[in-house]
Design a protein around this ligand. Structure first.
Ligand SMILES: Nc1ncnc2c1ncn2[C@@H]1O[C@H](COP(=O)(O)OP(=O)(O)OP(=O)(O)O)[C@@H](O)[C@H]1O
Length: 250
């Protein structure tokens, strides 16, 4: 049987807040997994542990206990070994787009890390990726500040997918956008996943956005996964009282 692309097994993460202060348990025995071509939505209120889950999955934060597996093997510790194989799309594209770099250079950069060379060498793939996210290749010469928020998020997605990663974390990736722009980016994520086949964690406090892209949903509360369900089942008959409260607020 093929192992999940990404599996978090019994992971606990604590943050220490200085001498004498009690540590905060951000993740408490969290277990979840996601298969190729599938999106797991991760929902929960602010502080429930969603972002920490994404960081652990990407190897950006080492668990205090538990294991993270990538394609069945323990996640490589060296960032170099993970480069290009797992990527993140964050809430504010400015976190991943250098304001001094032209769009084309930003999209080519992850390829350069893997294969060497810059935009000139990778131009064809950058142009194809720009078309894939419904932007004109002419955009390659522009700077981030010359684009709209929705266009910048398309560029972040292009940059994340240019190396054909197996796994992508979307952390509040549409939360800063207008609702109509959000809908187009969500459609884009669904289409690109069908084409590229990556596994994804879609982290959001926005339950409507999660519903649009996820096959399954994990509900987090105080660092614990309190419910894990197929999307349809979750939105029709949530089981945990906390899930019901979240959905009532929707
Ligand atoms: N670097 C850190 N140092 C100390 N505490 C942290 C750190 N990062 C997260 N925490 C704490 O861990 C808990 C989980 O935080 P996390 O950011 O994962 O939640 P979240 O669900 O993503 O929230 P939000 O939606 O507000 O980003 C919170 O109590 C938070 O204060």
């Amino acid at each position: 049987m093929t192992p999940p692309v990404l599996a978090i097994e019994n992971v606990t993460v604590q943050f220490r807040r200085g001498l004498g202060a009690a540590p905060v348990t951000a993740l408490d025995d969290v277990t979840l997994s996601v298969d190729a071509g599938q999106t797991l939505g991760v929902v929960g209120e602010s502080g429930s542990g969603k972002t920490t889950t994404g960081k652990v999955a990407l190897g950006l934060r080492r668990p205090d206990s538990g294991v993270v597996r990538f394609n069945g093997r323990p996640l490589p510790r060296r960032a170099r070994a993970r480069a290009g194989r797992m990527q993140a799309v964050l809430q504010h594209p400015q976190e991943s787009l250098d304001p001094r770099m032209r769009i084309g250079e930003s999209i080519a950069e992850p390829l350069g890390v893997l294969e060497g060379g810059g935009l000139r060498r990778h131009r064809d793939r950058v142009d194809a990726m720009l078309r894939d996210v419904s932007l004109e290749p002419e955009m390659a010469t522009r700077y981030p500040h010359e684009l709209s928020g929705g266009q910048r998020q398309r560029v972040s997605i292009a940059r994340a997918l240019i190396t054909h990663p197996d796994f992508v974390v979307f952390d509040e990736a549409v939360s800063a956008l207008d609702v109509s722009v959000q809908a187009r980016i969500l459609d884009l994520i669904v289409r690109l996943q069908a084409e590229h086949g990556f596994a994804a964690l879609f982290i959001s406090h926005d339950l409507a956005a999660v519903r649009a892209v996820s096959a399954r949903v994990a509900v987090m509360h105080d660092g614990v996964v309190v419910e894990m369900a197929d999307t349809e089942r979750f939105y029709s008959t949530p089981e945990h009282p906390y899930s019901r409260r979240l959905l009532e607020a929707l």
